[in-house]
Design a protein. Structure first.
Length: 310
């Protein structure tokens, strides 16, 4: 007698995180690239120009300058982060903390590597350029961390911990307070002038760094593809929907509604289009129903037919 037994092959390529070996390899590869970019911004641009940014990176650079211990930036990175990770273990779980520890170690190692390579050389003495380009490099690093679900802990995790103990404001408020404190202390402590105005100038450079970093990290996370979400409220929904389906590869969804003021039946059409199609859409709607009510919103991430494959 023949028996057909189908053996279930164990997925040995899956780890404890539920990701395949290839996915994990990709995550850690881009984490390393992010660490290289982030630490380069500190060693090549911020450090030579005495600009102290926020986060544990900024605190470590400040302590290195105050103690004047060679190669201590990387040591302080670990010394500050490890207690935060230990306290965050119960709140965040071991998987998150392990990822944070690996990222912290990599960030410290790349910082030490850049210090050896650069030997305190300054890429530019222009502090505005240093802040702007540092923002680009940090934005690349932060964007890659977010996109590939990595974190170094730092003030972000510290903000989560303090918010858990003292739940005032939001987590972002706690993080901003820690970062602001580091920036302010760095600006005033490293100010060698008899007046305080250079310290405020240093804070302005950090503001440039923060804005540029935020924009670049958004670009890394969301990409260059920008779309528009359109809501069309009209009494001629079927006619407009037919036109859109015929003249555009985008899908259209109809929701039945009622005008609460006019008490008339209306259709609500929802569609996502590319930014360069907005003008054509408005002209078409005006031609088909000039009384339609149209709302156009920004859509940062759109997945599906006609856009990025999910």
């Amino acid at each position: 007698m023949k028996t057909n037994v189908q053996m279930k092959r164990p997925d040995s390529m899956r780890n404890a995180f539920g990701k395949s070996f290839g996915e994990e390899l990709k995550r850690y590869l881009f984490m390393i690239i992010g660490c290289i970019s982030y630490s380069l911004s500190t060693r090549a641009l911020l450090d030579p120009n005495n600009i102290i940014g926020g986060g544990v990176s900024g605190a470590s650079l400040l302590l290195e300058k105050l103690t004047q211990i060679p190669y201590s930036y990387s040591i302080f990175m670990v010394l500050i982060n490890v207690p935060i990770l230990i306290f965050g273990f119960k709140l965040m779980g071991w998987k998150f903390i392990l990822n944070c520890f690996i990222t912290t170690a990599t960030l410290s190692a790349t910082g030490a590597l850049w210090e050896l390579v650069l030997q305190d050389a300054s890429v530019t003495d222009n502090k505005i350029l240093a802040a702007a380009y540092s923002g680009i490099l940090q934005g690349i690093g932060i964007g890659l961390f977010i996109k590939y679900e990595m974190s170094s802990g730092g003030t972000e995790l510290l903000g989560r911990l303090t918010h858990h103990v003292m739940p005032f404001g939001t987590i972002a408020t706690h993080v901003a307070l820690f970062d602001g404190l580091i920036v302010a202390v760095g600006a005033f402590v490293l100010n060698e002038q008899p007046n305080i105005f250079p310290a405020f100038e240093s804070i302005m450079y950090v503001m440039i760094l923060i804005v540029v970093s935020a924009k670049v990290s958004d670009l890394i996370v969301f990409g260059l593809t920008k779309a528009k979400m359109c809501y069309i409220i009209t009494e001629k929904a079927d006619k407009i929907a037919e036109f859109l389906i015929t003249h555009s590869p985008r899908g259209v969804t109809k929701v039945d509604g009622e005008g609460m003021y006019s008490k008339t039946d209306k259709g609500v059409l929802m569609t996502c289009i590319k930014s360069n199609q907005v003008v054509a859409l408005k002209l078409a709607i005006k031609k088909l129903d000039e009384n339609a009510f149209v709302i156009v919103c920004d859509a940062n991430e759109v997945y599906g037919k006609g856009f990025t494959h999910i």
